[in-house]
Design a protein around this ligand. Structure first.
Ligand code: SF4
Length: 335
């Protein structure tokens, strides 16, 4: 959770300086050292960066994004049966530190970049809405926006925008228990996708994230306020005793969440670009996840097909045993 001394430095790009969001964020960190920079990549993409070293003391970079406000969803994400599924990244990097996270291989820096020219993102969506009848946008793809909401207020801005565009639906993926900061913002077209894992996995691999109990509390609070909620069990990890751990996990979820009110469940197993995996291995992170004998296909690493199927089927069948009508979307290697 955020406190005003959490970030010792704010790097502010020249072009970002006068934006409202820049001024708002600056106010939240009155003791932070302000460093003015010409371009965010001067800091973010410097060859001297070390993702893991910076992770111990992340800084905030406020920048103006010049292009690339909306992207079609890639094959790593299940499209949840939606047409016109896009993602948008107002923030790069995350305050959490999951050992399986692709961001470690994608960016040289783990500092958090916040793009403050939000209207440019919204203008792009307005343009897209003139071309197609409706769109579904994942807004928390390269970060966990709910975890940062007290700093950025970005979810609030997105939902305000969605309130004026009935044909825009939003997806917010999170491992945060910070639902209370958006609980008053209900929007019928916004789907909260809570990522859940067995507590054993949270403790060992999803560092700094909320506990399973806290996430479940957020889910139950959100559903009590009529929010549309989905559950993401992805990546399922092939750890020791995985089948037993995941079976017990699903039973625990069934006991603590009313699945009749859950919109859907998304399941998938570990996968990553092979390029990112190699980069992460070089950063010397001593995670067993990085040294699994993965299969490489189309520049992507994943579990062998039989392992993928075994893990996904275990989770799916356990869910369907308790709730046979549950809508389950599966991320497959062939997506
Ligand atoms: S919560 Fe998501 S974005 Fe953040 S570190 Fe974990 S996997 Fe990465």
């Amino acid at each position: 959770m955020f406190n005003s001394e959490q970030f010792s430095h704010l790097y502010i790009e020249d072009k970002a300086r006068d934006y409202l969001l820049t001024l708002d964020i600056q106010k939240k960190f009155p003791t932070a050292k302000i460093v003015n920079i010409k371009h965010y990549k001067d800091v973010f993409s410097s060859y001297k960066n070390n993702f893991r070293v910076q992770k111990k003391s992340q800084k905030i970079i406020l920048a103006k994004k010049e292009s690339g406000f909306l992207y079609p969803i890639g094959k790593f994400i299940q499209n949840q049966g939606k047409n016109n599924f896009y993602y948008s990244s107002m923030v790069l990097n995350c305050i959490y530190d999951c050992e399986y996270c692709f961001l470690q291989g994608m960016h040289q820096s783990s500092h958090i970049v916040i793009f403050v020219n939000t209207d440019d993102f919204f203008d792009e969506i307005k343009k897209k809405l003139k071309e197609v009848s409706d769109i579904f946008v994942s807004i928390s793809y390269d970060s966990d926006l709910l975890a940062l909401e007290k700093i950025t207020n970005l979810i609030s801005l997105w939902i305000d925008f969605a309130n004026n565009h009935d044909n825009l639906s939003l997806e917010i993926r999170t491992k945060s228990n910070n639902f209370k900061s958006i609980s008053h913002l209900y929007n019928k077209n916004t789907l909260l996708n809570f990522s859940l894992s067995p507590e054993h996995i949270i403790q060992n691999y999803e560092h700094k994230t909320s506990s399973l109990k806290q996430r479940i509390n957020s889910i139950n609070n959100a559903m009590s306020l009529k929010w549309k909620v989905a559950i993401v069990i992805d990546p399922i990890l092939d750890i020791k005793n995985a089948i037993t751990i995941y079976q017990e996990f699903i039973i625990y979820l069934m006991q603590n969440i009313n699945f009749n009110h859950i919109d859907s469940v998304i399941v998938g197993t570990f996968r990553m670009s092979s390029k990112y995996l190699k980069i992460i291995q070089k950063t010397n992170l001593k995670s067993d996840l990085l040294y699994y004998p993965y299969e490489v296909k189309d520049k992507m690493v994943s579990y062998p097909q039989n392992t993928h199927t075994k893990l996904v089927e275990c989770v799916k069948s356990e869910i369907l045993k308790h709730n046979k009508n549950m809508k389950i979307y599966e991320v497959s290697d062939d997506d």
